[in-house]
Design a binder for this molecule. Structure first.
Ligand code: SF4
Length: 351
């Protein structure tokens, strides 16, 4: 991976890191045979403090499985997840310590909040579980502070409300406030705006961006929507077929995408000016029903996994999967960007 790009927004020590992680499952192929599904293949990623990395890809790309590996919901088949340079301890105590530092924000703010309790209870419970605050006044203070950070003010008033009293955008703010109440180092946000109205998506993205700056948070933002990734992130990692196929600082990647799949994603994305105006997302994205094309990660093809859809595919692409290599300070996995010397067979299928 491109370490220099990854470290551009933060310090030298990554706060969260995937080191050569793979996740294999056993499933059924399209012919009904049991087969090994390689949902994530040898992915390395380094996230630094005050940095937002967007992991972008369509359904089946492996981005959600990668998010689950970072969430400790799966144990990697190969490789490891490290927090502040140390492999994560998966014991009960170790996981509890990890979740105090790495907080998750889900797609569905309604489903992730207890509808029967007021916000002071929902956020207060997280404070009691994961911080030193014990007295009623100390917990109340943390709850109010968290609500203020997400602009749900006056905090005393919102603390007494129930999730059902709130709009979708306000519920997502509560989910973020609950995460913040534990003073985490990292937010792991899995499609946090996909269930919100277009008009309030931008509010939530702006809030996340402000939190990066004001709280020095690091963030992994998982999305199918490259337009929102462009709006929010410092660095984009594009996934296809379980692998990172391109990774670069956001503006560099958008200005000059190297991988044909990144180009396809960008061509399908809404105009960023339109996005800024009203938070619209998804229009023309590859997850739209009529555009979606499932990625068959179950089949371990020998060649580039994008070859069947790639307008620039060469003979070589059907035989060998390109490695992720550094190209001018960025990372890309495509034979088009490897020099002839680096290709396995200089005379095979080179245009
Ligand atoms: Fe296209 Fe070949 Fe590059 Fe794959 S390696 S993206 S098929 S040109």
């Amino acid at each position: 991976m491109n370490e220099s790009a990854a470290g551009a927004a933060g310090g030298d020590q990554p706060v969260l890191e995937a080191v050569g992680v793979s996740q294999h499952f056993t499933g059924k192929s399209s012919t009904g045979h049991r087969t090994k599904i390689k949902a994530v293949r040898n992915v390395s990623l380094r996230l630094f403090r005050r940095q937002i990395i967007a992991i972008v890809g369509e359904s089946g790309s492996g981005k959600t499985t990668l998010a689950r590996l970072f969430s400790l919901l799966h144990q990697p088949t190969e490789g490891e997840i490290r927090f502040q340079g140390v492999p994560v301890d998966r014991s009960r105590r170790g996981r509890s310590a990890y979740y105090a530092e790495v907080q998750l924000i889900f797609q569905d703010p309604f489903g992730s909040l207890n509808q029967l309790k007021p916000l002071r209870h929902i956020i207060g419970r997280a404070v009691r579980l994961h911080t030193e605050a014990r007295s009623r006044s100390a917990v109340r203070e943390r709850v109010h502070e968290a609500l203020e950070k997400v602009s749900l003010t006056p905090a005393e008033d919102y603390a007494e409300r129930y999730p059902s009293d709130l709009s979708g955008g306000q519920r997502q703010r509560v989910a973020i406030a609950r995460a913040l109440s534990m003073n985490p180092a990292v937010l792991l946000a899995d499609e946090p705006t996909s269930m919100l109205d277009a008009s309030i998506r931008l509010d939530v993205l702006n809030l996340l961006r402000d939190l990066r700056d004001q709280e020095s948070l690091a963030m992994l933002y998982i999305t199918h929507d490259i337009a929102s990734a462009r709006y929010l992130s410092d660095l984009i990692a594009v996934m296809y077929g379980g692998e990172i196929v391109e990774q670069a600082p956001t503006e560099e990647l958008v200005a000059a995408p190297l991988h044909p799949y990144t180009r396809l994603l960008l061509e399908s994305a809404p105009n960023p000016e339109h996005y800024k105006d009203n938070g619209a997302a998804g229009a023309g994205s590859l997850d739209d029903e009529d555009e979606a094309e499932p990625v068959d990660v179950a089949v371990d093809l020998p060649g580039c996994r994008f070859a069947a859809r790639c307008p620039q595919a060469m003979n070589l692409c059907a035989d060998r999967n390109p490695p992720l290599v550094d190209v001018g300070g960025r990372s890309v996995a495509c034979w088009l960007h490897l020099t002839d010397d680096a290709r396995p067979n200089r005379h095979e299928g080179v245009p």
